[in-house]
Design a protein around this ligand. Sequence first.
Ligand code: SF4
Length: 376
Amino acid sequence: MLTTQLFDQIDPEIRRILIKSLNSEELTPNDALKLLKVSGKEFLALQQIADYSCQQKKENIVTFVINRNINFSNICSRGCKFCSFSVPKGSKDGFLLDIEEIKKKIMEAKENHCTEVCIQGGINPDLTYDYYLDILKAAKEIDPEIHVHAFSPQEIYNASNLSGNSIKEVLRDFKNAGLDSIPGTAAEILVDDIRKIICPNKISTNQWIEIITQAHEMGIPTTCTIMYGHVEDLKDRVEHLEILRTIQKNTRGFTEFVALPFIKENPILSKSKEHPLKPSYGMADLKLFAVARLFFKDLIDNIQCSWVKLGIKFAQISLYYGVNDFSGTLMEENISRSAGATHGQYLPPDEIIYIIKAAGKRPAQRDTLYNILKYY
Ligand code: SF4
């Protein structure tokens, strides 16, 4: 069906919103909410406009990064109810890597041509401020060129508590030690009523905003994420998107938006009778990608899918719903796997290239800051 024919047949209100987007007008949160609820022909129309917007910005290019995840400890005191990766201190399954073990992993990353190491871990009570600094120094010692993407806002907050330094001082010390950018994780859903249910011991929405904004102001870019499909409503998702958009208007520090569906297989949250899950299935995932593309418009250029969480086949489909980045090779993915994801821990570059080409797109290897390193 041709786009014009499709457009003639859809709900006039949805048509109005999509035309607004085509005219480069900013969508309101209410517009986004309406788009997140569409189905049928309106869903197809949303897909077409999101794909068109993506093509206009990125042509037919889909990027990926060659990177390695390093999780230095799974021991954590925060007890988030959606988390299956962490264990409490004293657990027989707990681990804490020493600096030599971390160095070995960074060395392996270098040998495998990784341009980025992504380093995160639990809030282990045995950590010290120097341990965080030593990780950063070790990475740069092994490869001064490697991009160190490390420590969520929750970890930055923990480092501040451990040292008594302000957030700004921590970020300054970390930057001097080798930190290049920060993962915008620990965001989950930036609505405190939801955070009280899923992660009551984590930093608040305002604390997350303050740490991220501070990082951006100091020239440290971050990604931004959403973890969705648990107990939140669509309006919570929109509130979250609006917070991210407002930050980006002020700082322009986000490099990408990553939508992370909640993996419901293992976590405590899945067994909660008090807060029943509202899981997200295929079309809801695709609508979120498409709406993010239109809602962030010229503010956040890069929308990333997570093949680990979505599965490779579905991640490939998402490339037609506003997604222009296939994320990374990862090498050692632990967090989603612990939650029950079964899509693997590593995708070699050749396979990512194949998947992207098979979708009719042009693959390109990028660095963390979205500079293109090589076209395929
Ligand atoms: S999500 Fe992070 S902070 Fe929360 S329990 Fe898991 S490792 Fe700890």
